[in-house]
Design a binder for this molecule. Sequence first.
Ligand SMILES: [Zn+2]
Length: 147
Amino acid sequence: MELKQQIIKFGSDFKNSAEKLTKTAVDSSRKLTEKVKIQNKIHQAEAKLNETYIAMGKKYEELYGNRADPAFSQYLADIADARAQIAAARAEMSAAASAAVCPKCGKYLTQNQKFCPYCGSKKQEDDAVIDISTESEIRLSETPIDE
Ligand SMILES: [Zn+2]
């Protein structure tokens, strides 16, 4: 083969393999897009499935919660436990929000403390201190059931 022909062949081979690479890249990009679409379908269906299970559980509790089959008693106990934890945490949060704060160190003070037990600063008299126990009771009764 002449040099000129060799160069032409090389150029042609190079062009072919470049086209092949491009085609492969496009194909795999399309495959990836398709894969993502399919994965989204799976995720959406799984989310729908989980939502349905949750709705079914809520419906069961609503209809049979007080006369549930013993097979459900652990679930119902777990639900009651989680609700109690949520209520307690909410009460804690509202207590923290309404409690007086030491002007110097920032720690929470109870109603009876005239001086900060952590740094000894005098509590400011105009700090509004809400009775934590009353506030907690209000919060507990306000807690919506299906939240
Ligand atoms: Zn302090």
